[in-house]
Design a binder for this molecule. Structure first.
Ligand code: FES
Ligand code: FE2
Length: 465
């Protein structure tokens, strides 16, 4: 790993050769310097340069993912604030079927397969609050810790005395208010799985934040295509060209560490012109493009002094907002974006207080449920807000019409949604068997497939009996 005290021009993965300044060069000029975690540069070298396109299309491959990968990994099932009181539950239609996440009488959050041990009925639908979990078919019931409470016509189940009729439990562990689950009794604990995420988020605790909005939309693409679109900034040139004058895509730093299989990050600086923008423009032009895109065409763009930069002005503008904490320019402005294998993207920045989760459709590899979480700080000394309802956006409802985003961001997500449907259609059209990934800007995609392959190589999980 290259260290923070190396010259800033050297602090870049050796195979990155874009003309745009590196992220390290950008933040070295910031007025309020970054934390040491952001001056680190990973090797970001992964050998997987191409994959068979069938892994985005083939139901058999999706089945192999379920058997060998989803059944072993920690995946995100809920936020703690969705189940604040004993008896509160939500259901999650997850990659291995429906789960119940419930807070028991002792305050512990538990997860169960949403399937009755009697004849398999789905036990819970949606969310709610219960004193016991009761099956709607023949009214077996369970305490909130999953232990059996009642069997109607108990005399008729004498043969079943020796069977375990408690609810089928799945491991559940919490980190910063996120409830992760794991179906594998032999999996390492969640903290070990998350690795460096614990360090990088130590000073950015989502336990002190809550999900103020959750949006759900079906994406017409495979779950991997979905997350891959969000973990590289390379596609600004085709999908979001309006952001090229200021989006910093070719200055983004991509970090993949060889000893961190379950996380990666992208640090994408705002207020920096892209290599892909076809002409030279002044700092004044960069500022105008950024402000008019983000705030609207009527934005009041000031005249910059001779040696001022658009980035410095934007940082100062955000810093003068009393609601923004006293943090570095990069945490104020930039997309500090982390991924948690296999299907979560989590930001660590003021400007983008978001999490994305991509859940594969169990029946169709061409469809994914995309959950978008918007976080706000928990109000100090005030009542914790009640859990939010999930807002479901229909196929014909655009993000820009949801009322949740400023127009420019709604436009970005709409562009991604349309782009993903077209990508999946293109994958289905065939052609070369393999698709290829860029060495640096798509290194996080390479890592995703490398880690997926390592799970697949271990074969299906043999279920403990
Ligand atoms: S299927 Fe649940 S009680 Fe019969
Ligand atoms: Fe995008």
């Amino acid at each position: 790993m290259l260290t923070a005290d190396a010259p800033s021009s050297a602090r870049v993965a050796p195979h990155r050769a874009a003309q745009a300044p590196t992220y390290q060069q950008v933040i070295a000029r910031d007025a309020v310097p970054p934390l040491p975690i952001f001056t680190e540069v990973a090797p970001s070298e992964v050998a997987v340069d191409a994959v068979d396109r069938t892994r985005y299309l083939d139901p058999a491959f999706a089945q192999a993912e379920r058997e060998a990968m989803w059944s072993r990994v920690w995946y995100l099932a809920a936020r703690v604030e969705q189940v604040p009181e004993a008896g509160d539950f939500i259901t999650y239609e997850g990659p291995l079927g429906s789960l119940i996440v419930v807070r028991d009488d002792a305050g512990t959050i538990r997860a169960f397969r949403n399937s009755c041990p009697h004849r398999g009925m789905k036990l819970c639908v949606g969310d709610g609050a219960v004193a016991r979990i009761t099956c709607p078919f023949h009214s077996f019931s369970w305490h909130l810790d999953g232990s059996l409470a009642h069997i109607p016509s108990r005399w008729d189940f004498a043969e079943a005395e020796s069977r375990d009729l408690s609810l089928p439990a799945v491991r559940a562990e919490e980190w910063q208010g996120f409830v992760f689950v794991n179906h594998d009794p032999a999996a390492p604990p969640l903290d070990q799985y998350l690795g460096r995420m614990l360090t990088d988020f130590a000073a950015w605790d989502h336990g002190k934040r809550y999900a103020a909005k959750i949006l759900r939309k079906t994406m017409h693409a495979n779950w991997k295509a979905c997350i891959e679109t969000f973990i590289e900034a390379f596609h600004l040139v085709g999908i979001h060209p309006q952001a090229l004058p200021f989006g910093g895509d070719t200055s983004a730093q991509y970090d993949v560490w060889p000893d961190q299989p379950h996380m990666s990050r992208m640090l994408q600086p705002l207020g920096i012109k892209s290599d892909q923008y076809p002409r030279d423009i002044s700092e004044q032009d960069i500022l105008a493009a950024a402000m008019q895109t983000i705030m609207g065409p009527e934005a009041d763009v000031p005249v910059l002094s001779e040696d001022a930069t658009a980035r410095a002005f934007l940082a100062q503008m955000l810093r003068s907002n009393p609601a923004t904490p006293a943090i570095s320019d990069t945490e104020l402005l930039d997309a500090m974006q982390y991924s948690i294998f296999p299907n979560v993207v989590l930001f660590r920045s003021t400007f983008y207080p978001y999490l994305y989760r991509f859940t594969p459709d169990a029946a169709d590899p061409n469809r994914t449920t995309y959950d978008f979480y918007l976080f706000e700080p928990l109000p100090e000394g005030e009542e914790v807000p009640p859990p939010v309802e999930i807002i479901e956006l229909a196929d014909d409802t655009a993000y820009s019409q949801s009322g949740v985003f400023p127009p420019w961001l709604g436009q970005i997500y709409d562009q991604d949604t349309e782009g993903l449907a077209r990508l999946q259609a293109g994958l289905r059209a065939g052609g070369h068997d393999q698709i290829v990934y860029a060495r640096y800007q798509e290194v996080r995609l390479r890592q995703l497939h490398q880690v997926l392959d390592s799970y697949l190589a271990r074969g299906p999980v043999v279920q403990a009996t």
